[in-house]
Design a protein around this ligand. Sequence first.
Ligand code: DC
Length: 227
Amino acid sequence: MPNMIPVITIDGPSGTGKGTISQMLAKQLGWHYLDSGALYRVLAWTAIEQQVSFDQDEQLVILAQQLTVEFSVNNGIESQIKCGLTDVTAAIRTPEVTQASSIISAKPLVRQALLERQRAFRQASGLVTDGRDMGTVIFPDAPLKLFMTADPDERARRRYNELKSKGIDVNLPTVLDALNKRDTRDEERATAPLKPAVDAILIDTTALNIEETFQLVMQKVRDQHLI
Ligand code: DC
């Protein structure tokens, strides 16, 4: 029987605004929100903490199966992420964990271990998801799939500002280089690569601010009769 609970998938590389837009949309609709990248980040953080190296696939799978992740949403904004009793909200956003999450997420067994956990977020009245393979693999039956893109230089600039505002010491060329490496790894992996679903709507946010992007997305939601 088809699942009648609607899902809006928002996929794309980082720095396109998809995280912010997904959260705004979930708040506006009163739906649940899944930050799938955070699951890979928490797993990467745990592996580093427990000194599991990234080539120990079986150990990574066990960690993934045992992972306890708790998301707190405050006024529609993801305010805290806990792994067990530890607040990892800031720790999972460091450049080290960012690259590590991209490396371990390329592993098919790791992705498999996190699959059902992601689908379990589909609860009434609906779900907005943010990721790389939400429309292609996790929720292929989603009634609305968006794929956000933006020019890499602009994405690097946004990411640089975001990291700076969090007090993380970085420079723009390093951010651009890390972003390009991560995009290539995410796009070229064999399992669930970063790519638009065939039925996804592409949104280029290079020249759009968050409010303009949100208005465009809301129009797609209305076109699809989801509100
Ligand atoms: O969206 P993010 O930057 O938090 O994601 C971190 C990494 O996790 C990203 O480089 C690739 C991986 N990821 C993934 O493989 N599939 C997803 N659905 C979400 C993230």
